[in-house]
Design a protein around this ligand. Structure first.
Ligand SMILES: [Cu+2]
Length: 188
C-alpha cells in the first residue's frame, strides 16, 4: 500500500482525491439542504456559530500537530541521523560523489540484506538516486559538501542491475553522472 502511494503517480493522485472527499461532502450537503430541505433564512444563533468555529479551529490545530509530530521522522536530516546510528546489521557502503562520478566501496549486494549507504560530496551539490531496473526511482539523497555524511538504509528485494543517477544539477556533465549497482539472489 505505502509502496503504491510513494512510487506511483496514481497513488499520489488517489490520496489527493481521498483528502478532498470530506470537504466535497460537506459542501454538497449544505447546498442540498439550502436548496431543497430548508430553504428559509438561517436561524442559527451567534453562539452556535462561535461554538462551531471553536470546534473547527481545535480540529485544525489538532491535525496540524498530529501531522507534524508523526511526519518529523521522515524529514531527511532526522532520517539520515537515525540511519547512521541504527543498530540494524547492514552492509556499509562508503560513497564519494565528485563531478561527475561516484566512488563506491561496494557495488554488489544481496536481496534481503539491508544496505547502509553513507555518502558525501567532495565538491558541489550532487544527488545519489537509485533506480529500480524497471525505471522508477527507489530513493534519492541530496549530498551537500561540507556537512558530513548522509546515510540511508535500504533493503533490495529483487535481483537485477540498478542504475544510480545524480538528480541535482551539478554542471556541464551532470547528465553523464551515473553508476550501476548489481543485486544478486540471496546466497543463503
Ligand atoms: Cu548532477
Amino acid at each position: 500500500m505505502l509502496e503504491f502511494i510513494y512510487q506511483s503517480g496514481w497513488g499520489a493522485f488517489t490520496m489527493l482525491l481521498l483528502f478532498q472527499i470530506p470537504f466535497l461532502l460537506v459542501f454538497l450537503t449544505v447546498i442540498y439542504r439550502k436548496a431543497y430541505v430548508d430553504t428559509s433564512a438561517s436561524t442559527i444563533t451567534d453562539a452556535k456559530i462561535s461554538k462551531l468555529r471553536g470546534g473547527w479551529l481545535t480540529l485544525v490545530i489538532a491535525l496540524f500537530l498530529v501531522i507534524n509530530i508523526v511526519g518529523i521522522q521522515y524529514i531527511p536530516a532526522i532520517y539520515t541521523a537515525k540511519a547512521a546510528n541504527s543498530s540494524v546489521a547492514a552492509v556499509d557502503v562508503a560513497i564519494e560523489a565528485q563531478s561527475w562520478s561516484y566512488d563506491m566501496s561496494v557495488r554488489e549486494f544481496e536481496v534481503g540484506k539491508p544496505v547502509r549507504f553513507n555518502a558525501v560530496s567532495l565538491d558541489t551539490v550532487h544527488g545519489f538516486a537509485v533506480y529500480h531496473p524497471g525505471g522508477r526511482v527507489l530513493f534519492t539523497m541530496m549530498l551537500v559538501p561540507g556537512v558530513g555524511e548522509s546515510s540511508l538504509i535500504y533493503t533490495f528485494n529483487e535481483p537485477g542491475t540498478y542504475k544510480v543517477r545524480c538528480l541535482e544539477y551539478c554542471g556541464a556533465a551532470h547528465h553523464e553522472m551515473s553508476d550501476e549497482i548489481i543485486v544478486t539472489e540471496a546466497s543463503s
